[in-house]
Ligand binder design. Structure first.
Ligand code: NAD
Length: 481
């Protein structure tokens, strides 16, 4: 059944001004239209910002208890709906049911965490020579624009909307056009939780993100998505407005000669093939010491071949579809280009089209060896289950090669040598480092963010103890008598 999603502006469910809609098809079966949503115009986006501006004063004056109660109530509603949300996520986004259930269950945890932040917006007092009281406060910044990708449609949005609302900001939320239903479900929970009209508005569409960025009344933009879109946003944000960009990655795993190879192969398979390689922290580059190269490749290829492809609602399936047909085509192109650049194809490399798979966007885990540093497979984000393995000799060469890309999001090393692990953790150019652990995953209370072209902005971290910095404005007051 197709769900017809509408924009949410000032508490009303509305169509685009010109009535235009777009559709989202099930990536595992393109014959099914899962959702349709308004293709918002500039007029719609301006109306959403108007509504958010109108709601600003009352929400910034609301008590911490009121904000915490609304976030908590939304969390309880989402908790009760984990099963339905996960099933809809499988149909709209494509990830296997276990992964969708995991995401739907973690989303309310984010809101619970940020509900508490409403009470922790503390300032400081400063000893002063000329006035008895100097103190600072943390104020809301105003209207926050939230722009999200499709690959974690609930979790990513909740970890932006949660802190924005807890700090007393109002929000205009622009979900990915791949996952309008998930975006709407999150906003629906807030509406049912009693969030006042206009505090959280939602506009859908392909062009709405750029329109939101262009509106000077939006004081802060928090964006997660590709580096290319992040660059476009960065170029359009002028002085006096905030921007937080969480972008793409080309995340390396280094495997040293002393690594436990079964652990290393499992780390690679989980990092590279889970969620069909469609995680920003997924590993696309494997840098292996030449002494263990062949033994590791054999293990990785075996694990790659063990995946069961199919629609995510089937229990035996371990790898769902890619997000759309364009993504499948880009996997083909990446594989062919790598082979032209001298790489050897070990497995995969062509779309999976047997039986029911022909109706969906399926591409199997693909492993290429003899990948040369500097070639596209070694340097560009692929965002799918295609990985390149490079031979290195020791930690120095591995570090130099791993750092030779424009990205710096997540990285891992597999070794039993503590000194090597510590040096890697200190010298790899990445916001997040793992030792004998997959590059993917996040702890909802620990900092999450990248460096270089993977993340910019003064307050780049999402999650962790500094998360409220982006959503608050520091004010210092000299109190005379
Ligand atoms: P995308 O950049 O294509 O789109 C992200 C969002 O931006 C969507 O809502 C889209 O409609 C909107 N958008 C598109 N053009 C815009 C513009 N000019 N101005 C404003 N908004 C615009 O990314 P995607 O395909 O949805 O997601 C995949 C990408 O996201 C990958 O590169 C992945 O690495 C990255 N990602 C990063 C993180 C992280 O935390 N660093 C997490 C998840 C995904």
């Amino acid at each position: 059944m197709t769900v017809e999603v509408r924009n949410r502006i000032g508490g009303q469910l509305v169509e685009a001004a010109d009535g235009a809609r777009f559709e989202r098809r099930n990536p595992a079966d393109r014959r099914q239209v899962v959702s349709t949503a308004p293709e918002s115009t500039a007029e719609d986006v301006a109306a959403a910002v108007d509504a958010a501006m109108d709601a600003t004063t009352a929400w910034r004056r609301s008590t911490p208890t009121r904000r915490a109660e609304v976030l908590g109530a939304a969390a309880r509603i989402l908790d009760r709906r984990v099963g339905e949300l996960a099933a809809e996520m499988v149909a709209e986004e494509g990830k296997p049911l276990a992964d969708a259930t995991n995401e739907a269950s973690r989303t309310p945890r984010n809101l619970d965490l940020y509900a508490g932040e409403a009470y922790r917006l503390t300032g400081a007092t400063f000893p002063s020579d000329d006035t008895p009281l100097v103190y600072s406060t943390l104020d809301p910044v105003g209207v926050v624009g939230v722009i999200t990708p499709w690959n974690f449609p609930l979790n990513m949005a909740s970890r932006k909307i949660g802190p924005a609302l807890a700090a007393g900001n109002t929000v205009v939320f622009k979900p990915s056009p791949m996952t309008p239903l998930m975006g709407d479900r999150l906003a629906e929970a807030f509406a049912e939780a009693g969030l006042p009209d206009g505090v959280l508005n939602v506009v859908h569409g392909v062009g709405a993100g750029a329109m939101l960025v262009a509106d000077e009344r939006v004081a802060a933009i928090t964006f997660t998505g590709s580096t290319a879109t992040g660059r476009a946003i960065h170029a359009n944000i002028g002085l006096g407005r905030r921007v937080q960009l969480e972008l793409g990655g080309k995340n390396p795993i280094v495997v040293l000669a002393d690594a436990d190879l079964d652990t290393a192969a499992a780390v690679v398979a989980r990092s590279s093939f889970s969620l069909s390689g469609q995680a920003c922290t997924g590993a696309g580059r494997i840098l292996v010491d030449e002494s263990v190269h062949d033994a590791l490749v054999e293990r990785i290829v075996r694990l790659a071949g063990a995946h069961v492809l199919g629609a995510g609602d089937r229990p035996e399936v371990t790898q769902g579809p890619l997000v759309d047909e364009r993504a499948v085509q880009s996997m083909v192109e990446a594989t062919d280009q790598a082979v032209r650049d001298g790489a050897t194809l070990c497995c995969g490399g062509r779309p999976a089209t047997a039986g029911d798979l022909a109706a969906g966007n399926f591409f199997p885990p693909t492993v290429l060896t003899d990948v040369r540093p500097g070639t596209p497979l070694a340097t560009r984000e692929i965002f799918g289950p295609v990985i390149g393995i490079e031979r290195v000799s020791g930690l120095d060469e591995a570090l130099a090669s791993a750092n030779g890309v424009e990205y710096g999001l997540s990285a891992a090393i597999c070794t039993r040598d503590l000194a090597a692990a510590q040096r890697f953790a200190a010298e790899i150019q990445a916001g997040m480092v793992r030792v004998n652990r997959p590059t993917v995953g996040a702890a909802f209370n620990a900092p999450f963010g990248g460096t270089k072209q993977s993340g910019t902005g003064l307050h780049r971290e999402q999650l962790g103890p500094t998360v409220m910095d982006f959503y608050t404005q520091l004010r210092t007051v000299w109190m005379g008598t």
